[in-house]
Write a new protein. Structure first.
Length: 259
């Protein structure tokens, strides 16, 4: 705890509330001004919207895969899990650049839409919220699979069999037996995905451009372009508050599910 306080909490607090490089260290004053700034509120709303949609899609894609892996024969689970999380071994920049090829004017999706007659040639899908969500979903789905699997793998399959033996349909057995037990692990995965999507920088920078800024790219702009460390710290406070609120909601839902 002492190491955590000295190595993380102290510099974290100094950076947020009294940045040493700031000419005007009135972070809370800048924060108050931002909360009344329509542009910053728009960026914050976009960040939350993109993060929430990314979390929902990662859950819809990742949980079924984790369930199938957990119910696969033991000898295959290791291989399937390794394949599912293999993208985590690749650089974030490499995975993000792949979307530049797929979503560009002459990319795969643009050519496909043109061939189907659904769009004119050279359709630009980059620098949109769709591109942001697609890139972040690819980035964080393995995390959702991993956390969901860790929860599902500890659920004895005999519990489902017992529920079905007592007359429950497979769907009802899943909803009433498996899902409540797996919910805490699923919520942890959702929390990690949401926090990662809120604070992600590389993917929003490359796929969102200047027209679809998020809080992370706005923070970068304040810190490295405008050299306004006070404003950058204020943006960091907003991001921290969003993650903390999401964590509190996740914890509350976990307790409700456990009950």
């Amino acid at each position: 705890m002492a190491l955590l306080a000295f190595g993380f909490l102290y510099p974290f607090g100094v950076t947020l509330f009294a940045p040493p490089a700031a000419e005007d260290p009135d972070v809370l004053g800048k924060l108050g001004g931002m909360l009344g700034d329509g542009y910053v509120l728009e960026v914050a709303a976009r960040t939350v919207r993109v993060a929430a949609l990314t979390t929902a899609i990662c859950l819809l894609l990742g949980f079924p895969v984790a369930y199938l892996i957990a119910r696969a024969p033991r000898r295959r689970q290791g291989l399937l899990l390794a394949l599912a999380v293999f993208p985590l071994l690749l650089s974030t920049v490499v995975r993000t650049f792949s979307w530049l090829v797929i979503l560009g004017r002459n990319g795969l999706i643009s050519d496909l839409l043109t061939a189907l007659g659904l769009a004119d040639g050279g359709t630009q899908l980059l620098y949109t919220e769709f591109a942001l969500i697609a890139g972040l979903t690819q980035l964080f789905t393995p995390i959702m699979i991993l956390t969901s699997y860790s929860s599902l793998s500890h659920i004895d399959v005999k519990l489902e069999e017992a529920a079905r033996g007592l007359g429950a349909s497979p769907g009802r057995a899943f909803r009433r037996v498996v899902l409540p037990i797996a919910l805490p692990g699923v919520l942890v995965g959702a929390m990690l995905v949401f926090a990662g999507a809120v604070t992600a920088f590389t993917t929003p920078l490359l796929l969102g451009g200047t027209r679809n800024r998020t809080l992370a790219t706005l923070l970068y702009d304040y810190a490295n372009v405008k050299l306004d460390w006070g404003a950058a710290s204020a943006v960091a406070l907003i991001m921290t508050a969003l993650v903390v609120v999401a964590g509190l909601i996740s914890g509350r839902l976990s307790k409700v599910g456990a009950v």
